[in-house]
Design a protein around this ligand. Structure first.
Ligand code: SF4
Length: 250
């Protein structure tokens, strides 16, 4: 009989505490304590690092890409290029249903009035549905990316039945850049044009020298995360008490 999730997560954090990210990815994908795992990728500025680690060890791993239908054309082209270059064998493009889009955002303007609702419709709800068949998912989140990520662990309890795995949690910009150079990985074309963090086109702007890399995301709003956290299977908004608690669960 399997240990409860929180004990498995604690054990995984202990077991892999000294592994570098690539070794952690390889071990994790074969560890019965993680179960069925997918990689969720935005194919953004730094995504290719984790995609490469997974593709070179287990290219059949399901890779979920959420197409909000609001992405830059450059991101869509880059997604196709990276999938081809790395030989991803199970890429799944996730979108909101046409019925939900017609009911909740028929004119594609929801992002102008309610970004949380737009993210929930176009990103979080379809992703949650796609993740239903998995016991855990890998993300490229890193501690250096901001306050809400400052204490993330390699393994976290996300819901009572699902874990989140962050192999790059302890890496900084230098390690990411070095890895891309070492393997000569394709770069997202918008990075060279001033976008160090890339989300949907209406909600992402270029960043000036000296600004926080994520300053161009929802510029002028308090919102800092594109997703909405899940706590015990329920959707909660970023910044809420439950969302803060979820960041601390591990
Ligand atoms: S980032 Fe902007 S356009 Fe994309 S889903 Fe969120 S609110 Fe909508």
């Amino acid at each position: 009989m399997r240990l409860e999730l929180s004990r498995r997560v604690a054990g995984l954090n202990h077991r892999y505490r000294s592994h570098d990210p690539a070794a952690l990815v390889a071990a994790t994908l074969n560890d019965p304590d993680t179960g069925r795992v997918a990689l969720v990728s935005s194919f953004g500025a730094e995504s290719v690092v984790l995609l490469h680690m997974v593709a070179t060890r287990a290219p059949e791993t399901p890779v979920l890409f959420v197409d909000t239908l609001m992405l830059f054309e450059e991101t869509l082209a880059y997604q196709r290029e990276v999938a081809e270059t790395l030989g991803l064998k199970d890429l799944r493009v996730i979108r909101a249903s046409e019925a939900d889009l017609a009911a909740q955002d028929p004119e594609n303007k929801l992002h102008k009035t309610d970004t949380d609702a737009c993210c929930a419709l176009r990103k979080t709800a379809p992703l949650e549905a796609a993740l239903a068949e998995f016991d855990g998912w890998m993300t490229g989140r890193k501690r250096y990316q901001g306050q809400t990520r400052a204490d993330i662990d390699h393994f976290e309890v996300e819901t009572p039945t699902r874990m989140k795995i962050n192999p790059l949690a302890h890496w900084g910009r230098t390690e990411i850049a070095d890895y891309m150079d070492r393997y000569d990985l394709p770069r997202h074309p918008l990075v060279a044009r001033g976008y160090p963090s890339i989300g949907c086109a209406p909600c992402t702007s270029p960043v000036a020298a000296g600004e926080d890399p994520r300053a161009g995301r929802w510029r002028g709003q308090e919102k800092t995360e594109c997703g909405i956290h899940f706590v015990n299977g329920r959707i909660v908004r970023p910044g809420s008490l439950e969302a803060e608690k979820s960041e601390k669960v591990a």
